[in-house]
Design a protein around this ligand. Structure first.
Ligand SMILES: [Zn+2]
Length: 339
């Protein structure tokens, strides 16, 4: 009886000692566990810390219509997505800062004026309606190896211009921009219905050799041209010879077509540009072997800041304030809070 109990006792004691033998070292190293075994949350090289907006941008919240869904985000997070989509990340940091301020200003203008989406959203991600927007994961996919570096550069551009907007008479302006001009930007009144004091024609240093497709050439057969024009231009008469279809082009100071007569109907140069899908309204044409051939300079509507021009100015030493006050006439740049 006694013997049995002592055996059982010694088994329990041995088991306890054995357990202690294993647990003791663990207890000693527990506080340093993560350092010893590398148990921190694994770091994915492609994923940085989530973007945190500056104090001012963090105070403005907006509803962004992205496809069918409305996403709520603060102004800074939204602007990082806009700059990712609207300007090459390889551009100079001061050009990216100018782009961030222009995009912020455009957004504030839309919020103040009610925008295009009523109560459902403040702005959308369709570049033909509001401004383009690219989420981080999609941008990183496009950028490949330089992804992290590009993302940091763009986040810096947004953060270092926190809350700053382009102001005219104290209010954010319609800060439109385009890819590249034909050496001179265009006044809003030459392109759209209303003239705006801060959207006037100014010189723009376009590095034409380094801009992809700065000069482009597009040709249409008589039939192709006829189909496109008749679908969009009611009343145009294209019954005669090709050589007589287009005439009386009036060009503005920048060399862009302000208006032109197509089959007897006078249209804005920008309208013919959209009908034919030309890169800009700065075009000339000629008839070659019965085809209409267009020679086009630059890319975009030509109003406001030229992105390639901004990058060229930055490369020559201009900061974002100099770039913005060059392209937008009579403006100031400073912090603005939606009242
Ligand atoms: Zn929109």
């Amino acid at each position: 009886m006694m013997k049995k109990r002592s055996i059982r006792q010694s088994v329990v004691v041995s088991a306890a000692l054995l357990l202690a033998l294993f647990l003791l070292p663990l207890a000693v190293i527990a506080p340093f566990r993560s350092a010893l075994f590398g148990l921190e949350t694994p770091v994915d090289e492609t994923e940085g810390a989530p973007f945190v907006s500056g104090d001012l941008d963090a105070q403005t919240h907006l509803k962004v219509l992205n496809g069918d869904t409305v996403e709520e985000m603060d102004l800074g997070a939204y602007l990082v997505g806009v700059v990712r989509a609207e300007m090459p990340a390889s551009f100079e940091i001061e050009a990216l800062k100018a782009q961030a301020v222009a995009a912020r200003t455009y957004t504030l203008y839309k919020m103040r004026s009610g925008g295009n989406h009523g109560d459902s959203a403040d702005i959308c991600t369709d570049s033909t309606c509001c401004q383009a927007y690219l989420a981080e994961d999609r941008a990183l996919e496009n950028w490949g190896k330089s992804g992290r570096k590009n993302e940091e550069k763009i986040e810096t551009a947004v953060k270092e211009t926190d809350g700053q907007a382009i102001l005219y008479a104290g209010a954010p302006i319609l800060a439109v921009f385009h890819s590249c001009s034909a050496g001179l930007t265009r006044a809003a009144g030459e392109v759209w219905v209303n003239d705006l004091p801060y959207l006037q024609a100014v010189t723009s240093p376009e590095p034409e050799d380094s801009i992809p497709n700065y000069f482009s050439r597009v040709e249409f057969t008589a039939e192709e041209f006829k189909t496109k024009v008749l679908a969009a231009c009611e009343g145009a008469d294209l019954s005669g010879g090709v050589a007589g279809w287009l005439k009386d082009a009036v060009t503005d100071s920048a060399g862009s077509v302000e208006k032109v007569t197509v089959g007897g109907v006078t249209v804005k140069g920008g309208t013919l540009r959209s009908i034919l899908g030309l890169r800009s309204a700065c075009f000339e044409w000629e008839v070659q072997d019965g085809k209409l051939v267009f020679y086009v300079t630059g890319y975009g509507h030509g109003v406001g800041m030229s992105q390639y021009g901004a990058n060229e100015m930055a490369a020559e030493g201009a900061d974002y304030l100099e770039i913005l006050t060059h392209y937008y006439t009579g403006v100031t740049v400073g912090p603005y809070r939606q009242g």
